[in-house]
Design a protein around this ligand. Sequence first.
Ligand code: PLP
Length: 365
Amino acid sequence: MNFIDLKRQYQEYKTEIDKRIADVIDNTRFIMGKELKDLEAELAAYAGAKHGIGVASGTDALLVPLAAYGVGPGDEVITTPFTFIATVEVISFLGATPVFVDIDSDDYNIDISKIESKITKKTKGIIPVSLYGQTPDLDKISAIGKKHGIFVLEDGAQSFGAVYKGRKSCGLTDVAGTSFYPSKPLGCYGDGGMIFTSDDALAEKMRMIMNHGSSQNYVHKYVGINARMDTLQAAVLLVKFAHFEKECDTRMRLGSRYTELLSGGKVITPKVSSTTDRHVYAQYSIRVKNRDALKEALAKESIPTAVHYPKPIHLQEAYQSLGHKTGDFPVSEQVSNEIISLPMHPFLTDGEQKLVAEKILGAVS
Ligand SMILES: Cc1ncc(COP(=O)(O)O)c(C=O)c1O
């Protein structure tokens, strides 16, 4: 059994993917090719944003918006410590300070009730993370952003395809970024990401920043970087995107089935928020008291698992300078100790799921 089965997916779409890749190699438009333009238009329309800007990774999809907002030394940006490091490192990389807010114990996303007490004169924006494949209540967070005149950047790296109150993740805030890392719900064959916004001026600036601050060869309006997405990745994504809606529905069905199979109170299964119409389960993660023992027991049965994430960011060596200690963000710390992610992908069979659930229930007391 695989944790995420990219081989099965490739076998399903092989003819189309091979053809699309061969077309790019044939036309040699490896940078800024037509496939990228097509992908940006299709994905922006899907997310409900005016602009989609392909970039080289999900990390760049957060870094470029922050740079466009002019985030830098002396500024603060609010986010959670229970996320992948990329959410936080982009803030620090620009010389600004990440300010943490603990997570909600139900959906593991930012605890919205604690955001406003962390807003200061230095706060430039908020990065809510849509962890595991469902968004927090982004309307509420956007209202806080508006009230204080600060931006909201959704880290939708794990939630592309998720539906919040009838609307899609990545089309709900001032700006959003997603990741096409191969194991993400919509994954390419390398690194890739996309930024979404409906703000024309911001889009224009971000499009330049991700291409050396330029919209015309050798004319540089901003200090930028090379954060362009390869045309080959866009070609792969165009094929996968044609199957994506069906895959997201399957993910939601498989997630609900895991929850049913694991019901009974021995483990804590993920809660789907009342505002979530579709959870895409980038990770299907449960909580157990004896997480490491369960991980070992499942490994003995050749069932792969992963831990997202074993140590919250405020306790990482890289963030020692912020001066945090154990106990500062208790919910993040507790969830980090108890969380474990199960095999999850749209090609998981009913039999495999049943086996995983049986072994878990057999292993935990
Ligand atoms: C929550 C979150 N943010 C940002 C990223 C960064 O994406 P990438 O790996 O494509 O740079 C990831 C990907 O792992 C992620 O899970």
